[in-house]
Ligand binder design. Sequence first.
Ligand SMILES: Nc1ncnc2c1ncn2[C@@H]1O[C@H](COP(=O)(O)OP(=O)(O)OP(=O)(O)O)[C@@H](O)[C@H]1O
Ligand SMILES: [Mg+2]
Length: 257
Amino acid sequence: MTVIAIANNKGGVGKTTTTLNLGAALCTMHMRVLLVDFDPQASLTIYMGYDPSVLTHNVYHMLTRRASALEILCTGRRPFLDLLPASIELASAELEISGMMGREYILRDQLETLKDLYDVVLIDNMPSLGILTVNSLMASDYVIVPVEPTYLAYKGLEMISSTIGEVRRYNPKLELLGTILTMVDERTRHSKEIIGLIQNSFPVLMPMIHRSVKFADATAKGQSIGEYAGENFDGTQAYAEIAQQIYDRLVPDGNCF
Ligand SMILES: Nc1ncnc2c1ncn2[C@@H]1O[C@H](COP(=O)(O)OP(=O)(O)OP(=O)(O)O)[C@@H](O)[C@H]1O
Ligand SMILES: [Mg+2]
């Protein structure tokens, strides 16, 4: 089982959209995929079509050791695409676990109990680098950083790379798999320049994801972009191509799964 954190402390850059759509694309490649919603906004849980307020257990209960990962698992809505859901209660977990021994390793230990059930785990993170995101980086083999090509976002990349550097002292296997350029509108010179800067400084998983209203429409319907806009849509194909690169990286000889 390989664990990938989708993280960026900047908000609204497409982390949750990327988590869902890479998960859906990896699933079509016959991988058993688990998505983890690690954000109190619970957007991933909602994008997956669940109502967080009616789920009795979620990652808050897992982090505060009131329930196990297996007990909070949501399964069956889509084949081979399961979810550890979140809810607004998660907002208080940060404070509640701050005094616990081994608080940075709770997610890692819980995911370990599911290691025979899944090939890949994608963790959607909140837009901050607090104890929840640190928990997720401690549990991960790789990080993917979605980034909208603006100057401030480019500057923000330095912050997340230095956090990755710090976490590597405790989790040496952690590696930046790459950034994904999201919500790209290549018509402006500014965005072209920033894309160039990012490509010169960080590994970028190509192709870029262009800005399209279809993404917001898909999320409003609780659908992946492929389910909403079809396999031929440029955004569906872009996520599929990135998923293929991830697959090739995780399964170099093509016959592990
Ligand atoms: N390529 C895209 N083009 C246009 N809109 C997009 C694109 N990707 C995502 N969106 C939309 O932008 C909004 C923010 O996306 P998303 O929720 O994935 O960001 P996020 O980084 O997870 O945000 P947060 O930091 O709040 O968790 C959503 O309404 C989503 O549908
Ligand atoms: Mg999000």
